[in-house]
Design a binder for this molecule. Structure first.
Ligand code: DX5
Ligand code: ZN
Length: 219
């Protein structure tokens, strides 16, 4: 199954519950929450307090993408707040195997994220332990950026790596996903599609959500 995960980074936070309900009714599968601390990336967003509020708004699984320093200090707070999936950047975590185990022991699904310049092969020895591999298709930090073209090659590499190691992780993409490129990404083997601006900055949020969902669901 192909999963659509709207990113609330581009949502109108004065109307967050209404916006989340719109995408939920229109076919969203997960809600993607971008956590930024102003250190790992040059932008600041929100923390567990907002994730907890989002969890009360929706029954959809929450996909929490941590773009923060020392994520191990906050894992418990985000899981308590209702995170179902937690992804941590390999560029930030030294004891990645330990952290992935901790996330799972606390009851959430665990994933790793790689920046556009981080080799796909760098996740080789964690591949069999993760539930999710998030391949950044823009440099993290901001919504509304342009998709980086060599991401397609990186997705092919991830698919091969998953087969080679008989791993089971889902492949997720994040950044610059829209109705022009999502079909190609689905064909390349992507399982989970994050979309921020192309949904929440659209004139019609519901129609944009349904359109993306229909494209990934059709053969
Ligand atoms: C960027 C975030 C993304 C962002 C994607 O650092 O990780 O999740 O919301 O936004 P769009 O789809 O607008 O590129
Ligand atoms: Zn994200």
């Amino acid at each position: 199954m192909k999963i659509l995960a709207p990113s609330i980074l581009s949502a109108d936070f004065t109307n967050l519950s209404q916006q989340i309900r719109l995408v939920e009714i229109a076919g969203a599968d997960w809600i993607h929450c971008d956590i930024m601390d102003g250190h790992f990336v040059p932008n600041i967003t929100f923390g567990p307090f907002i994730v907890e509020a989002v969890n009360r708004i929706t029954n959809l699984p929450l996909d929490v993408h941590l773009m923060i320093e020392s994520p191990e200090l906050y894992i418990n707070d985000f899981i308590q707040a209702g995170a179902d999936y937690i992804t941590v950047h390999v560029e930030e975590v030294i004891h990645l195997n330990r952290l992935i185990n901790q996330i799972k022991e606390l009851g959430a699904k665990a994933g790793v994220v790689i920046n556009p310049s981080t080799p796909v092969q760098s996740i080789k020895d964690i591949a069999e332990y993760i539930d999710l591999l998030l391949i950044m298709t823009v440099n993290p930090g901001f919504g509304g950026q342009k998709f980086i073209p060599n991401s397609i090659r990186r997705i092919h590499e991830a698919v091969e790596l998953r087969e080679k190691f008989r791993a089971k992780f889902l492949i997720e993409v994040d950044g610059g996903i829209n109705n022009q490129n999502i079909r190609t990404l689905a064909d390349a083997g992507v399982d989970v599609f994050v979309a921020g601006a192309s949904i929440f900055k659209a004139d019609n949020i519901s129609a944009a959500t349904t359109e993306l969902k229909n494209i990934i669901s059709s053969k």
